[in-house]
Design a protein around this ligand. Structure first.
Ligand code: F6P
Length: 491
């Protein structure tokens, strides 16, 4: 089995004394794919070389993989087999900062102000060509790894929107014997939104995805949107009942596997000394704790979250001075101008609330723009209300992580635009991400709910998360691959 994603499980660096080191890669996707590696013996993970030292490793191991101790040498036993792909720097920049993260991400999350942008032209075409070259390099490495393993019918699991044209490139190199599965970690847009992308992008992405055997999503809603998009592709026949697209001789299974977390591993991290130490600082914050933990991304709706909090003070003035809003925000994609501008907007929005309501001994918003996982987990354990108000979000694992470790019967305020809403709605207070009054009242309700009701919701939430763990996510995919490969008919 070969797993392919842009971000890899480890990043290499050099210490001052010249020793090679590595640290664990960041993000939900990496954690999830680590679980795939654990459950599929002998798998190799192909990912981009992102640091200077990664490039050195890529050059040394070209065409094959390197074994590293899982978890940076600490924690879990075992090794990871990693093959890094070196990209032309300019191409990678165009792919990541000009095509995948602004254009594709924005379209899939509905972030454009459509009368004004995007304005597509030659630059888009150039960025798309770079995107395709980056994807071709991935496919080249996949084919080298497969031949190194002596496997001419490998199972190749390709992940996420950076790699839309990789399935097609892999199919071209490895032929029909390869089993290709593509997993999208972000929402698939409705057909009208999808059509914001240039025609050449749409045609090539769909042709590539339909050369896979399986195309998978986090929710039924995204799978339905994909089927509706594909219905317009000439030669593709959609069998809605079986959730299958027929393309010539190939059946493409369109599947739904909601991603999750490893509750035991997460809970055990939450019990660690570092987290307990940090909890002392979190508990010093005055009043009830309203928390949000997010990457600094426009899709997360952070500015509106502050506006809703401010609205709560207007509508429920008795709450002024009785709550602290801790926003743990991890900086992200700061080379994309829209993200850099959004970071400034976030600061201004937090400042506005603090200027209007803050006093000498109370800061209504505590803004922490930092990558501090320990602090986030310490805060998860202690929130009274957790705000997840994303405009759209593939899944949102924050909602699941919080549910597992919170110790205060904290209440989740959950946007109906998050993929997690499909599974968790009964254990949360639902909100529209666009309705400020509704969010203000939902936060107020979450903070003032009677104990019994809080505990009932927290219990429901916890059991929903425990019903579908990361292991279930991996096993469901492996079972379908097995059925498909052995000629079964799926649904
Ligand atoms: O939401 C999709 C996703 O790939 C997540 O899995 C991941 O946490 C996030 O985007 C990270 O994005 P980037 O690799 O750009 O930091």
């Amino acid at each position: 089995m070969i797993i392919v994603s842009n971000r890899g499980p480890v990043t290499f660096s050099r210490s001052e004394s010249g020793e090679r080191r590595y640290s664990r890669g960041a993000g939900g996707l990496v954690t999830a794919l680590n679980a795939v590696m654990r459950l599929s013996e002998g798998a190799v993970w192909v990912a981009s070389a992102r640091s200077e030292e990664d490039v050195e490793v890529a050059r040394e191991t070209r065409g094959f993989y390197r074994e590293v101790e899982e978890g940076g040498g600490e924690g879990r036993e075992g090794t990871l087999r990693v093959a890094l792909v070196e990209h032309d720097e300019r191409d990678y920049d165009l792919m990541y900062n000009h095509l995948a993260n602004p254009l594709i991400w924005f379209v899939h999350h509905g972030l454009y102000d459509l009368p004004r942008s995007p304005n597509l032209g030659d630059d888009t075409r150039r960025a798309w060509e770079a995107y395709r070259r980056v994807n071709a390099s991935f496919a080249e490495t996949v084919s080298e790894v497969a031949s190194g393993l002596g496997d001419d019918e490998p199972t190749v699991l390709v992940h996420d929107y950076h790699l839309y044209t990789t399935p097609g490139e892999v199919r071209e190199r490895l032929g029909e014997g390869a089993f290709i599965s593509f997993f999208l970690h972000i929402p698939w847009p409705e057909p009208d939104l999808w059509r914001v992308l240039p025609r050449y992008v749409r045609e090539e992405v769909l042709a590539s995805l339909l050369s896979s055997n399986v195309v998978a999503f986090h929710t039924r809603r995204y799978a339905e949107a994909f089927l509706a998009t594909v219905r317009e592709v000439p030669g593709a026949e959609v069998d809605h009942d079986r959730s299958v697209v027929r393309c010539g001789d190939r059946e493409v299974w369109v599947r739904v596997y909601p991603i999750s977390i490893d509750p035991e591993e997460f809970a055990s991290f939450a019990r660690s000394e570092a987290v307990i130490e940090e909890e002392r600082r979190v508990r010093e914050l005055p009043g009830k704790l309203l928390l949000r933990v997010d990457r600094m991304d426009l899709s997360k709706n952070i500015v509106r979250g502050f506006a809703a909090y401010e609205r709560m003070f207007e509508r429920h003035p008795e709450t002024v001075g009785k709550v602290t809003f801790l926003a743990q925000l991890q900086p992200s994609r700061q080379e994309v101008p829209e993200y850099a501008a959004y970071a400034r907007e976030i600061e201004a929005a937090a400042r506005r609330v603090n200027d209007r309501y803050g006093t000498a001994d109370w800061t209504p918003v505590r803004l922490a723009m930092e990558d501090n996982f320990v602090r986030s987990v310490a805060a998860y354990k202690n929130y009274d209300a957790l705000l997840v108000n994303a405009v759209r979000d593939g899944m949102n694992l924050v909602a699941k992580e919080g549910a597992i470790v919170n110790e205060r019967g904290g209440v989740l305020v959950l946007s109906e635009g998050a993929g997690a809403f499909e599974e968790l709605r009964e254990g949360a207070v639902p909100v529209s991400p666009f309705d400020l009054d509704e969010q203000a009242d939902a936060i107020h309700r979450a903070l003032t709910m009677p104990r019994k009701e809080r505990e009932r919701l927290a219990g429901t939430l916890r059991s929903r998360v425990l019903e579908n763990t990361i292991e279930d996510w991996v096993r469901a995919q492996l079972a379908d691959i097995e059925t498909y490969r052995s000629g079964g008919s799926g649904y």
